[in-house]
Ligand binder design. Structure first.
Ligand code: SF4
Length: 337
């Protein structure tokens, strides 16, 4: 495997929310790297902590939540040490985020060109308005938005166009990382597929890194270079997309992939249903958080939390099946050739 340049390191990141029932550990000591220029898919069920993770990378967790531990190293600097002024500059210039509903981020009474010019002038106050406008026009055209559309208000654009405007707001400041949180979820399947293709083209053309957060496994398979699978606040598996889809290692990933509708499935065959429910994170299960639902749980799983370990180069998994422990002799790992 080629040596990849690390853009961002997430180290032991934890996010906690204070609730009436007590503190909830929505993200619990999670560590992984994001490589420059890759598309990393982050998947998992609703409530697994994936959106919280996306916001935490930008330090955008709002009370009653807070980042309760860990480091966020971006291009070698720990952004957890930044003050609010430094963070404001960092957001937009280095990382930008697009959400499921772009209308929540776009001002409904501001035209597309005004949004982009404003973004440029906030971060680059010396840029003349004519130059900012010219940059906005060129960028929008490269993103497939016609010239005449640049004077439109957000409600005059289709959902796909609004998402491209959001991508443009990140690219105009040369952000290195775009976090797309369920950015295609509200689009119909044809527009969604088109936007997915465009995101790939944008990555290739602008060299930007993308973290795509979604519950849509098919989208991740189509779009990503690597996949991180989240369960109950933990990343439980991470690796190259083909390897994870061909040979998932973690029992949760295996169940998740078997639950995806498959057109080749015989009509008499039933789709796999994962047993149990995701845990209540005010009182998460002891040991491995997946153990109450795991079809191959062992006694060690109930009491001891497995580490998130690289079990073969480039493949990380958080499961006792792949680690030495007293009840087990030799770990067996099957991976794609
Ligand atoms: Fe299942 Fe144990 Fe692995 Fe958890 S650690 S996924 S319970 S085998």
């Amino acid at each position: 495997m080629d040596e990849k340049e690390v853009l961002m390191q997430v180290k032991d990141l934890s996010v906690t929310y204070e609730t009436r029932l007590g503190p909830v550990s929505a993200v619990d000591s999670v560590s992984f790297d994001i490589f420059r220029g890759e598309i990393l898919g982050l998947v998992g069920e609703s409530g697994c902590g994936k959106s919280t993770m996306g916001k935490a990378l930008m330090r955008m967790i709002q009370p009653p939540g807070w980042i309760s531990g860990g480091q966020l190293i971006f291009e070698g600097e720990d952004i957890m040490a930044y003050n609010e002024d430094q963070m404001r500059d960092f957001r937009g210039r280095k990382i930008s985020m697009i959400f499921q509903d772009p209308m929540t981020s776009l001002n409904p009474v501001q035209r597309v060109d005004e949004h982009i010019v404003e973004a440029i002038q906030v971060h680059e106050p010396k840029t003349a308005i004519e130059n900012a406008l010219e940059r906005a026009k060129i960028l929008m055209q490269r993103l497939g938005i016609q010239k005449r559309r640049i004077n439109s208000y957000p409600h005059q654009l289709s959902g796909g166009m609004r998402q491209r405007v959001m991508v443009g707001l990140g690219l105009v400041l040369n952000a290195n990382l775009i976090v797309a949180d369920e950015a295609t979820t509200s689009l119909d399947v044809i527009v969604e597929a088109k936007l997915a293709d465009q995101l790939k083209e944008i990555r290739d053309e602008f060299g930007v890194t993308l973290l795509v957060i979604t519950h849509n496994i098919a989208l991740v398979a189509e779009l990503s270079d690597r996949v991180a699978v989240m369960y109950a606040g933990h990343v439980v598996e991470l690796g190259p997309v083909e390897e994870i889809f061909d040979h998932p290692l973690h029992p949760y990933t295996q169940g998740l992939l078997q639950s995806v509708p498959n057109i080749k499935l015989d009509e008499r065959e039933e789709l796999y249903k994962m047993g149990g429910e995701p845990p209540n994170l005010t009182h998460p299960p002891s040991g491995c958080r997946f153990h109450p639902r795991c079809p191959v749980a062992m006694s060690i799983c109930e009491q001891n939390e497995p580490a998130f370990q690289e079990v073969v180069p480039g493949r990380f998994v958080k499961c006792w099946l792949y680690q030495d422990h007293p009840d087990k002799e030799t770990p067996t790992i099957e991976v794609a050739e």
